[in-house]
Design a binder for this molecule. Structure first.
Ligand code: PSU
Ligand code: MN
Length: 306
């Protein structure tokens, strides 16, 4: 059943769960290396794995190590990615062939986590936020490869929406063009990562893991090649005040422009500056929303198999 690739290493525990038809949830590693500071990033990655287990599924954190595509990491491997941080290559779709050929390391984004999860036979993945259409993309053409991957790889991605470092309206337009269903979990509105609301509607709402699973199963039975985006609002008690987060994002965007930050550096730069500017308050929100997504993904993984 699994499309085994010669570069792929599936951890024994993940392999066994897949073989026995047990739920498995993939996790990305760019959130560890580029999305949060050390040591909180490592603590969070391990806590997310534990949360997946507590909810009855097996976690498979994904990365490229020594040119091998890894589905399932050891504690030491997670510690290494967290400690090395932004010095690890951020690996998107275009990077995998060279990293593999060179036997190099890479932290996987939403894009490459989807690619490797699918190779391993894992169909659901939990993270914090996805990449999207950047503000000013009409001149920079900076549109995350995550959107193209959602259009072509059959994996359900559970996130908390997207940060308003992006143009959320254009991101939704792009997903519509590409035929990617955007589902709100318990909401009709796209969540904006740190806040529960964005002012933009989602395509559909689901209120249980079973309902999410029914959407995903129908998409598979229709023979679609692409995936599905589930947007799960941050729990109320961890949401940030909108004015505080908006001010930090505006300042980070200004600094990025002044310093000429571009290309793959843009998102990591903005993420790091927002954490610095909010004095770590946003980091706690970020951790809590990832845990919330891990719980939902684990329960949905089981519902997809039911
Ligand atoms: N947004 C976040 N946190 C993240 C990322 C995005 O709130 O950690 C990471 C994810 O790995 C995502 C990547 O796939 O950044 C998108 O980068 P880019 O915009 O360069 O495509
Ligand atoms: Mn980009």
């Amino acid at each position: 059943m699994n499309m085994i690739n010669e570069y792929l290493d599936i951890a024994p525990e993940v392999q066994q769960a897949l073989a026995e038809g047990k739920p498995v949830v993939a996790l990305e590693s760019t959130i560890i290396s580029h999305g949060m500071p050390y040591p909180k990033n490592v603590e969070t990655a391990l806590l997310v794995e534990q949360t997946i287990r507590d909810n009855g599924a097996v976690p498979a954190t994904i990365a490229v190590l020594g040119g091998r595509l890894k589905a399932g990491l050891s504690r030491d491997e997670i510690e290494y990615l967290g400690k090395t941080g932004r010095k690890v290559a951020k690996a998107s779709r275009r990077d995998l062939p060279v990293l593999v050929a060179r036997g190099a390391d890479g932290a996987t984004t939403v894009t490459t986590t989807m690619i490797i999860a699918h190779m391993a036979g894992i169909n659901i993945f939990a993270t914090g936020g996805i990449g999207g259409v950047h503000r000013g993309a009409e001149t920079t053409m900076d549109i995350s490869a995550d959107l193209e991957e959602l259009a072509q790889t059959p994996v359900m991605v559970v996130c908390a929406g997207a940060k308003s470092i992006l143009d959320l309206g254009l991101t939704l337009e792009y997903l519509e063009t590409k035929g990617v269903p955007v589902i709100g979990y318990g909401t009709d509105e796209l969540p904006a990562f740190y806040t529960r609301r964005s002012g933009f509607g989602v395509d559909y709402r689901a209120d249980s893991p079973e309902e999410l699973a029914s959407f995903f199963s129908a998409q598979r039975k229709l023979g679609y090649k692409g995936g599905m985006l589930v947007t799960n609002p941050i729990p109320e008690q961890y949401a940030m005040p909108k004015d505080v987060i908006d001010a930090a994002i505006e300042q980070a965007l200004r600094e990025a422009q002044e310093q000429g930050v571009h290309g793959k550096e843009t998102t990591p730069f903005l993420l790091a500056r927002v954490v610095e500017l909010t004095g770590g308050e946003s980091l706690e929100s970020n951790i809590q929303l990832v845990l919330n997504n891990a719980r939902l993904a684990a329960r949905t993984a089981a519902a997809i198999l039911a």
